[in-house]
Write a protein that binds this ligand. Structure first.
Ligand code: NAD
Length: 454
């Protein structure tokens, strides 16, 4: 690891990555490699957890190819010298921000969207001109293996190297000094990464998880709410960081919602053989999830098959915050429904919980929408929809509090991997005398005036 980091640092100080043409070439290389290996990429993710090529394109490769296309067209603009106004006290001068790459970066990925969560940050890092060591999740071993094979074959390791491994390898990597660490994963491991980064004062982006609530008020369009929530929850079998974790619903419409959600689940035909559903990633997660199922509270679903790592899309009702399912992020295809009588009290309850990555609000009331957006802190979300905010690259993605910090996608991704140098650029033909000793009352009066007109 030490040698690899040293090799990349040496390469970084050749300043080649600072050329726009170099970055464009590497982005094109990545695009070409992904397109040429599409069949292999599809097969690997199917082997990991039966994710279909449809979902692989829509939720992984399509997003990355879009990010590459956008980065290629905007790279020059994002890297430009950004002029800002110069204050009177510095006249005459120019002031501007100069983006520069941070240097040698480490990206640690998660298994649930194994391509997207490794390669979308990679696109941002390359666009900003960094070298990258990419450590995908060992849990999705097939996709990690394919990324290592195809990327390590196509790229110079001094610029980009995929390192495979689990805790020992990541721990060894984290001992090294990086100029940026971009981590996607759990809050618990996020803390380990943050502590390791603190040793070297390395800046970090932490893309973590949490329990993302869905509020449904009594005036909501229940049929549409059920359709969009069922889609967002059972996509990837609920193994999505921004999946609706639980429903918090006005008691008056709870039954109507449960009925509508059951109909939606049945309509969607979630099964492996029609490629509409994915497996739970491993037995450990299967066991963790099935331990949360309380058979007395299952409204719909509940079937499981350990050998197939199958858990049917499941609705749970009569749930309270004391139930096992409410003690940790679910990260699987189980949707608990909690009723509220007072929206004010419901909001107060959520305010006391760790800040979630996402929050969704289903309502037709403008004032309720405003109230919830104002009173609940979360990373990002949607009104009358779930998950789709991530599909708009103009909306920077990230969490707050326990769900992480930092943002990426599009220009925000470029910024996450850049340092914006603040430059005051002065000519030498003029110098105001006011700041220099000997200090006088007149000089102070002029400086006071200058501050007023800053
Ligand atoms: P995880 O934290 O177990 O693993 C993430 C990465 O950290 C993996 O590459 C793993 O090898 C590494 N790792 C694990 N233990 C480590 C340790 N002790 N020291 C150093 N590295 C270690 O998370 P996961 O199971 O891959 O993903 C699930 C979590 O990630 C959920 O909480 C989910 O919400 C969150 N997540 C967040 C986002 C987001 O964009 N915010 C996206 C996907 C997943």
């Amino acid at each position: 690891m030490k040698e690899l980091v040293a090799q990349q640092r040496h390469f970084f100080y050749s300043h080649r990555t600072k050329d726009i043409s170099f970055r464009l070439n590497e982005l094109k290389r990545l695009e070409t490699v992904l397109i040429a290996n599409m069949a292999i990429l599809n097969q690997a993710i199917y082997n990991d957890f039966k994710k279909s090529s449809f979902e692989n394109y829509v939720t992984e490769i399509g997003i990355i190819l879009h990010d590459i296309k956008e980065a290629k067209s905007k790279l020059r603009y994002w890297s430009r010298k950004q002029r800002v106004k110069t204050n009177l006290g510095n006249f005459p001068a120019q002031s501007y921000l100069l983006p520069e790459p941070l240097g040698v970066t480490l990206i640690i990925g998660s298994w649930n969207y194994p391509y997207q969560l490794s390669l979308a940050p990679l696109v941002a890092a390359i666009t900003a001109g960094n070298t990258v060591i990419l450590k995908p999740s060992e849990i999705s071993s097939q996709t990690s293996g394919v990324m290592a094979t195809i990327l390590n074959e196509a790229f110079d390791p001094s610029f980009l190297k995929v390192v495979q491994g689990g805790i020992p390898e990541t721990t060894a990597l984290l001992k090294e000094k990086f100029d940026k660490i971009f981590f996607t994963g759990s809050t618990a491991v996020g803390k380990i990464v943050y502590k390791a980064a603190a040793e070297h004062l390395t800046p970090v982006t932490l893309e973590l998880g949490g329990k993302s609530p869905v509020f449904i008020t009594k005036d909501a369009n229940i049929r549409m709410a059920a359709k969009r929530i069922v889609w967002g929850k059972f996509l990837n079998a609920g193994q999505t960081c921004i999946a609706p974790d639980y429903i918090y619903i006005d008691a008056q419409v709870s039954e109507a919602f449960l009925k509508a959600a059951k109909i939606e689940i049945e309509k969607t035909q979630y099964a492996f053989d029609n490629n509409n559903y994915v497996q739970i990633i491993n037995e450990r997660n299967f066991d963790r999830l099935t331990a949360m199922l309380d058979s007395t509270k299952i409204y719909h679903g509940g079937d499981t098959d350990r050998e197939q790592r199958y858990i049917a899309p499941t609705l749970m009702h009569n749930i309270s915050f004391e139930d096992a399912i409410m003690q940790e992020e679910i990260f699987g295809p189980i949707l608990p429904v909690i009723k509220y009588k007072s929206l004010d009290k419901a909001v107060k309850k959520v305010q006391l919980l760790p800040k979630p990555l996402s929050c969704y609000v289903f309502t037709s009331s403008g004032s309720i929408k405003k109230k919830l957006l104002k009173e609940i802190s979360f990373g990002g979300g949607a009104i009358n929809d779930t998950i789709m905010h991530i599909s708009n690259p103009k909306l920077p993605f990230g969490g707050v509090g326990n769900s992480g910090f930092g943002r990426y996608r599009g220009e925000a991704g470029f910024a996450a991997f850049s340092n914006f140098k603040s430059i005051l650029d002065k000519p030498t033909w003029f110098e105001a005398p006011f700041k220099y000793a000997p200090y006088t009352r007149r000089k102070l009066a002029i400086i006071k005036q200058l501050f007023k007109f800053q």
